[in-house]
Ligand binder design. Structure first.
Ligand code: ATP
Ligand code: MG
Length: 608
């Protein structure tokens, strides 16, 4: 079974069980400023887990691109990756524990044909907030999972949420696969034994945590599951290492060629290495693990670049830069030169089902090459400087670390790694102080530059905010109700609006949308702001943003229009600011309509 077959089988299975299949959302959360990347399949579905109605119903399934920066430290083992794909199925207040567990088991046993002997599960052990989840354990037992293969684990392992301080949460139940081929699975499941690989997690959102910290039984109970594609394909093929599965193998082959070093594919090859290098452990540390890191980081970089993020010193761009520079340094240690575009090549082939890779191929390769060149120019000088400042010293000062960062493009993590390798301490606190000082300086500089136009700008952005709401509704009127907002961004010059729609708009459609907005502006409609609980806002028909998290109390902006069905034209949960009457907006003009990512279009517009 390969990656594509697993994905196909999973989606087919859940489609037959009446789930609507939705496309992967972007790796960049469109309106959640709290995280840089989409970390799980449930992430873009949070508003629906909170009670908002999903347009496609109560049963959803998908395969979602994920990036977990929190796992970068673990990369180098056989099953944690920065970028991975997560399969998932959701029940939004529809089926619960029994059906969810039964479906998971049916998929594992009947579709993937995993023998019971190789399966184990964990369930929640219970604590002061919620009881032991004997219900789930009983369901597993009824399906034939023996008692000895069910582990009861605490909150740190088998509990999810809430996402913020309050909201949906509950126990989960995880499924493990015994990965060794030369040793049968032990009768008793010991979750600490690393040969049991976690492949799937069913979160059972049974409770709502309230402001007082109480856990109340939820009115809408949800199911949220996540299955890792790479891990599952690996174990299904009797492999013990994700890097040998089809999600990585072609990349490893290029790295082997360019470094002229062997990545062992089986016991025989491992043995051969052991015979050749008397210390296998150091070969693992100096060759095998760096090879995995290079493959992982370049793949993740390609995926981030495909979302039109470029290397930089802040936010997603900084993560991208860190990943790339770390890969480049390890590549150098393996004797590779100018290699990032070549290692990236197989990524396009493995993931040829992602349109954004195909469409941005040239740009992605160009960015890799440029970043590698940029880093090469300073890497050696930086390492020389590092050696000089650390010579005969036990600690590197924050000022020197900042110099490495600022003048030689060393991400903090690189200095940390070099220091660790050379057993030298670093002063991270002082580095952060330097960093902040620098940021403040550049902030005051840019504030000075914009001061004169500030008042004017903020009035303009207010007009653009309200224009965005009109545009959102106008798109639905012209193109149909399936159009959903997927993100927006406003600068004093223009608004940018992303929405789900899977083809280019015709010129006529663009004109119609523009005219529609201008018509509503000219009617001089009143814009009203109200505060209310999130649930009430959603049940009153207010639009919310795909992928956003909301506080329990929200502001709702209504653009009134007595000629429309409910007496209003647009109603949205939003933090504002907005004009009081649409007449204040001025003339609305669409500047551009283009593709943003798979199934998402982007409009840029201005007001005059
Ligand atoms: P682990 O404890 O192994 O790190 P997790 O508890 O963080 O896993 P979940 O958040 O439950 O994992 O994610 C659901 C599934 O996604 C996991 O069962 C696993 O198959 C997969 N997964 C999670 N993190 C990674 C990763 N970094 N690389 C590859 N697959 C992953
Ligand atoms: Mg984890």
């Amino acid at each position: 079974m390969n990656r594509k077959e697993l994905i196909k089988k999973y989606l087919q299975f859940f489609k037959e069980k009446n789930h609507a299949i939705i496309p992967s959302a972007s790796l960049i959360p469109s309106n959640d400023p709290t995280v840089l990347f989409t970390t799980a399949g449930m992430h873009p579905l949070v508003p629906y887990l909170l009670g908002m109605k999903h347009p496609l119903g109560k049963r959803i399934a998908d395969v979602q691109k994920c990036i977990r920066t929190g796992d970068i430290e673990d990369v180098g083992d056989t099953y944690h990756h920065t970028f991975f794909e997560m399969l998932g199925n959701w029940s939004l207040g529809d089926y619960f524990k029994k059906e969810a567990i039964e479906m998971s088991f049916e998929f594992l046993a009947k579709v993937l044909k995993i023998p019971k002997e190789r399966l184990a599960v964990s369930v929640f052990a219970g604590n002061k907030d919620a009881p032991k989840d004997t219900e789930s354990a009983k369901i597993w037992q009824s399906l034939g999972v023996p008692k000895e293969r069910i582990a009861y684990l605490g909150k740190e392992d088998n509990w999810w949420g809430p996402a913020g301080n309050i909201g949906p949460c509950g126990p989960d139940t995880e499924m493990f696969y015994w990965k060794l081929n030369n040793k049968p699975a032990p009768k008793n499941f010991n979750p600490k034994d690393k040969n049991w690989v976690e492949i799937w997690n069913d979160v059972l959102m049974q409770y709502i945590k309230d402001e007082k910290g109480n856990y109340n039984e939820a009115r809408q109970k949800n199911i949220d599951t996540g299955m890792g594609v790479e891990r599952t394909v690996t174990v299904l093929n009797g492999l013990e290492d994700d890097y040998l599965s089809d999600s990585f193998k072609p990349i490893m082959e290029v790295i082997e060629k360019l470094s002229n070093k062997k990545y062992p594919k089986n016991e025989k090859e491992r043995l051969a290495i052991k015979l050749k290098h008397d210390n296998y452990e150091s070969y693992e540390k100096e060759v095998i693990i760096p090879m995995r890191i290079i493959a992982d980081h370049i793949k993740a970089s390609v995926m981030i670049l495909s979302e039109k993020i470029v290397p930089g010193n802040t936010e997603q761009g900084y993560v991208l830069r860190r990943l790339l520079r770390r890969a480049i340094r390890y590549g150098k240690l393996l004797g590779m030169k100018n290699f990032t575009p070549r290692v990236a090549e197989p990524v396009f082939k493995i993931y040829d089902d992602y349109k954004e890779l195909k469409e941005n191929r040239k740009e992605i390769l160009k960015n890799l090459e440029e970043e590698e060149n940029r880093f090469n120019e300073t890497l050696e000088r930086g390492i020389n400087l590092f050696n000089k400042i650390s010579k005969d010293k036990k600690e590197i000062s924050g000022k020197d670390m900042f110099l490495l960062f600022q003048s030689y493009g060393f991400p903090l993590e690189l200095t940390q790694e070099l220091a660790k390798e050379n057993k030298i301490k670093i002063n991270e606190k002082e580095f952060r102080k330097e960093f902040q000082k620098h940021q403040e300086l550049s902030r005051t500089a840019s504030q000075g530059r914009f001061k004169s136009g500030l008042a004017d700008n903020s009035e303009k952005t207010t007009r653009l905010h309200t224009a965005t709401h009109l545009l959102n509704e106008a798109l639905r009127k012209v193109l149909g109700n399936e159009v959903k907002q997927r993100g927006s961004n406003i600068t004093p010059e223009r608004l940018r609006f992303d929405f789900s729609f899977n083809r280019k708009l015709t010129d006529e459609e663009v004109r119609n949308v523009e005219n529609f907005v201008n018509k509503k502006i000219s009617l001089g409609l009143e814009v009203k702001k109200e505060e209310m609980p999130l649930e009430k806002a959603i049940s009153s028909g207010a639009q919310s943003e795909f992928g956003s998290k909301y506080p329990p109390k929200v502001s709702v902006y209504t653009i009134k229009d007595s000629k429309e069905k409910h007496g209003w034209f647009s109603k949205e949960i939003c933090t504002g600011p907005h004009v009081q009457n649409t007449k204040e907006i001025g003339k609305f003009k669409i500047l551009k309509e283009e593709s943003s990512s798979a199934g998402v279009r982007r409009i840029k517009a201005s007001v005059e």
